[in-house]
Design a protein around this ligand. Structure first.
Ligand code: B12
Ligand code: SF4
Length: 477
């Protein structure tokens, strides 16, 4: 009688430790990695035993060592981001010590596989992970060699060696629902409940984005775009509600609702099935049409992240953003009228930006006074056209792969870092003035605003711009 082989064992690791993330307290919202949860569900359905060590709430990597010893996986798979690169390499060393094959996937390993292979990983999976990791796990269980598997990169005798390209999954509906049971969902939900009163979860309805902004890093899915059917999304929402009592959902798609008919069907479903969820999403101003806002509201829309980026059309064009100023204005106005919270993303310091462009961004911000915002200094992420453009002018921190936070200037831009830092402070002051409008008289707020403008144009800018500026009259409020 032929003995059937044992099931392969895969240990997945999320190396993100929230307490080490400088941005965490300010902006990052904690959700378990949807990439890993979907990988886990897929492997499980393929007859593979899966465990996941999620370091989000941990202090160190001890749990990884413990799982390596007790679970004795055939493969250890780490999800990588630039921010967590060092931790990932530390985990690869633990795997090596335990004699377990280590595989890196996710955006950072996809962008710079050589770093991960030199640092102790056996393989990098730069693209969609599901079928590739399943194949690696079976081969590792069988003791077969792991080199040259389609969809992987390894170290060859003369540099990086790649297996054949693996095509993307054709139909995202074939993917199982995320394996939420692999992480401590209650801990995430309880922490949301404490901070917002709502049990919040993340949902992904698509993979990829067809647009081509020049600073955007899309190492995994490139410019491809696939989406689940609205029926599949509704099933996931229903499950989150019934199983975890979720009442607020963050749609994590790069851009939510790229196809209007798709979006309309989903919204109608959310309304007719009485899901009674509130939700937030990231939208492009050219796609979010005011005439759909009412339906979005009825389906539960609470907050929209808007990639505004700049108040200068010249800069939007240089970024290859594909949006127009009038679309930003139209969207901001429509959201305001519909009573939907707006979270604006703004970016300073992109190549080609002058003081006039910076001022245009500030004035746009002042005009619409979004409820929330993030204003970051442009980060040249490896693999992007922006990075390519400034590669010869990177600072030491950027070359070492640091400075993720958008608070440091990572290349020699038109002005010194201190000017951009001041600009960030100026946006903060303006936001504070906006909030003060409810408590102080409009006259007082206007006077304070004019004083801030005078200080900005007469003192701060000439002092901080490094002698490259001329004086500007204070701008009208
Ligand atoms: C949604 C999202 C978030 C959500 C997270 C929701 C969640 N927990 O899933 C929030 C807002 C919380 C978030 C936070 C952060 N994010 Co984010 N985020 C995204 C976004 C838009 C989608 C991620 C996603 O779910 N993709 C879809 C899934 C299916 O893909 P995936 O995770 O890449 O996984 C697939 C493959 O990569 C591969 N794979 C992944 N891991 C592994 C592991 C192995 C072993 C294998 C074999 C394969 C494999 O298989 C998976 C399935 O096919 C991406 C942009 C993007 N399109 O990827 C940015 C992105 C991943 N985030 C980024 C960053 C920088 C962050 C933060 C560090 C921001 C900060 N602190 O300043 C934090 C880190 C938080 C954390 N926990 O790690 C960067 C990473 C860049 C980099 N090189 O590191 C990205 C690429 C955005 C960008 N273009 O700059 N993020
Ligand atoms: S920034 Fe957003 S819209 Fe632009 S390419 Fe990246 S994901 Fe797509």
């Amino acid at each position: 009688m032929v003995e059937s082989p044992r099931r392969p064992r895969v240990l997945l690791v999320d190396p993100y430790v929230a307490r080490e993330d400088p941005m965490e307290r300010k902006f990052v919202e904690l959700y378990p990695s949807l990439g890993l949860l979907t990988l886990g569900a897929y492997l499980r359905d393929q007859g593979i035993d899966v465990r996941l060590v999620d370091l989000t709430f941990a202090r160190d990597t001890r749990a990884v060592g413990a799982a390596l010893a007790s679970f004795r996986p055939d493969v250890l798979g780490v999800h990588t981001k630039t921010l967590t690169a060092e931790r990932s390499l530390e985990i690869a060393r633990l795997a090596r010590g335990a004699g377990t094959a280590a595989v890196a996937g996710g955006p950072d390993a996809a962008t710079r596989p050589e770093t991960y292979l030199a640092g102790g990983f056996d393989l990098v999976v730069p693209g969609e992970g599901e079928p590739t990791l399943a194949e690696i796990a079976r081969r590792a269980r069988d003791g077969a060699h792991l080199l040259g598997i389609p969809g992987t990169i390894h170290r060859g005798p003369t540099g990086l060696a790649r297996g054949a390209a693996r095509p993307f999954l054709r139909d995202l509906d074939e993917l199982p629902l995320p394996a939420w049971e692999l992480v401590d969902m209650e801990r995430y939900l309880a922490s949301w409940e404490r901070s917002t009163g709502e049990r919040r979860a993340a949902v992904l309805t698509s993979r990829g984005c067809p647009f081509d902004c020049s600073w955007c890093s899309k190492p995994t899915f490139g410019r491809t775009f696939r989406q689940q059917s609205p029926a599949r999304v509704l099933r996931e929402l229903r499950e989150l509600k019934d199983r975890y009592r979720v009442d607020y959902v963050r749609f994590c798609d790069d851009v939510f609702g790229i196809s209007r008919p798709w979006l309309e069907t989903l919204l109608r479903g959310m309304i007719s099935e009485r899901l009674d969820l509130r939700f937030e999403c990231l939208a492009r101003v050219d796609l979010l049409k005011p005439d759909l806002l009412e339906t979005m509201r009825r389906a539960g829309l609470a907050r929209v992240y808007v990639g505004v980026e700049s108040g200068s059309q010249k800069m939007l064009d240089l970024m290859n953003r594909g949006t127009k100023l009038h679309q930003i204005e139209r969207t901001a106005e429509a959201l305001r009228r519909a009573g939907v919270r707006q979270f604006w993303f703004l970016m300073l310091g992109y190549p080609g930006e002058t003081l006039d462009d910076l001022e245009a961004t500030f004035q746009l911000f002042r005009r619409f006074s979004p409820e929330e915002y993030s204003v970051s200094i442009a980060v040249p992420v490896p693999g992007t056209r922006f990075h390519e453009k400034v590669k010869a002018r990177l600072t030491g921190a950027a070359r070492r792969g640091r400075g993720e936070g958008g608070r440091s200037l990572l290349y020699e831009a038109a002005y010194p870092e201190r000017l951009y830092r001041w600009e960030q402070t100026r946006f903060g002051l303006e936001a504070a003035l906006g909030r003060a409008r409810d408590r102080l008289s409009p006259k007082v707020v206007d006077r304070l605003g004019r004083a801030a403008d005078r200080f900005h144009h007469r003192v701060a800018t000439p002092l901080l711009a490094g002698g490259t500026t001329r004086r500007r009259p204070s701008s009208p409020r």
